[in-house]
Design a protein around this ligand. Structure first.
Ligand code: GTP
Ligand code: MG
Length: 330
């Protein structure tokens, strides 16, 4: 893969200028983040890397650390088996969400995205108000939004659902796709081209990874049946990944976002247990830190679930574009 095929542009080249003459340093794009280890696509290959201590130290929050889709300056010395990310180049767009109960706060879901596919199932996942929220956040992101409705075969009233969605969508294009049966994928392909990046966002179980498998033509992402009782997904995808498509184009698979109701329950549980837990954990150093953080984290989760707090503002100032005050998509 060339850098252009990975989405490199003159804008990133300009930002990379200070590193251009450094012999050990090359540009790369973050493909996978897993427990602070990154897989980076570089010109003609891939390199595993960690974040430089200096970059971590300088970062004012997790939002300033490398995320999937980011362009980075990567140092790789011949004698080292891993590279080191020394800089994150300024993002063109970034979807962020607040990480409930985590002291590290906001995190970037997908960086440098051209088109964001809001995916919703027409089975029991279908929820007008949630779609409305997704769409609002997608519009605010700066990337072009498009809606993908999956599972038309499981819809109990397809025509009224379509009416509902097209009214809500306004000028945003709506596609009906059955990725399981391989129907309607050409609509999705039309948004993609070499060097262009898409991201799939939606609840667990709506078929995001199935869409990617269909676009690639083989099962590169794990998928799993939803719960029969209520169509809820099983949070199969656990990490974000930038997938290179055979016809050119790139697409970011993301794990289904936690639902608001689940966040509210978690918040209540944390507040209820927070103090007793912190007392129990006091003798252990790490436990004390966790316990002390728990009540605040719980309240934070509740605030987010209810759409409170001003993190969207801070995300905008940190990286240009955010998901709005409520980072939760569900
Ligand atoms: N009947 C039907 N099933 C579908 C359709 N699209 C996807 N599925 C099934 O839905 C299940 C969940 O699909 P996934 O691709 O794992 O869903 P996901 O959005 O990636 O879920 P997470 O990784 O948990 O966020 C799989 O069993 C798919 O085969 C569809 O249009 N119709
Ligand atoms: Mg998945």
């Amino acid at each position: 893969m060339t850098l252009r095929e990975l989405g490199w542009s003159d804008r990133f080249a300009a930002a990379y200028q200070p590193w251009e003459s450094k012999i050990d340093i090359q540009p790369g794009r973050v493909a996978i983040e897993f427990n602070q280890i990154f897989r980076i696509y570089v010109d003609g290959g891939e390199i595993d890397a960690v974040t430089a201590g200096r970059l971590k130290h300088r970062a004012r929050g997790r939002v300033e650390l490398p995320a999937v889709g980011d362009w980075v300056a990567l140092r790789k010395r011949p004698e080292e088996d891993r590279g080191v990310i020394v800089e994150v180049l300024p993002r063109r767009s970034a979807f962020t969400r607040r990480a409930a109960g985590e002291p590290t706060g906001e995190q970037v879901v997908a960086a440098n995205v051209d088109v964001v596919f809001v995916v919703m199932g027409l089975d029991r996942d279908y929820n007008h108000r949630r779609l409305e929220r997704y769409l609002l956040m997608a519009r605010e992101s700066g990337a072009s939004p498009a809606i993908i409705l999956t599972k038309p075969d499981l819809s109990s009233d397809l025509s009224s659902q379509l009416n509902d969605v097209t009214t809500l969508a306004g000028d945003v294009i709506v596609h009906v796709v059955n990725p399981k049966a391989g129907e309607g994928l050409d609509h999705v392909r039309r948004h993609l081209a070499p060097g262009r990046t898409a991201a799939l966002l939606g609840s667990s179980g709506v078929g995001k990874s199935t869409i990617i498998n269909r676009l690639v033509g083989e099962d590169v992402r794990r998928t799993q049946e939803v719960r029969a009782a209520d169509s809820r997904g099983r949070h199969t995808t656990s990490h974000r990944e930038l997938v290179v498509l055979p016809d050119g184009g790139l697409i970011i698979d993301t794990p289904g976002m936690p639902r608001r109701a689940a966040m509210r329950r978690q918040g209540r549980r944390r507040r209820r247990n927070g103090f007793s837990r912190s007392a129990r954990q006091l003798p252990q150093g790490a436990g004390r830190a966790r316990g002390a953080g728990a009540p605040a984290g719980g309240a934070g989760a509740e605030d987010e679930a209810l759409g409170g707090g001003g993190a969207g503002g801070s995300s905008r100032s940190a990286c240009g574009i955010g998901f709005g005050p409520d980072g939760y998509l569900d």
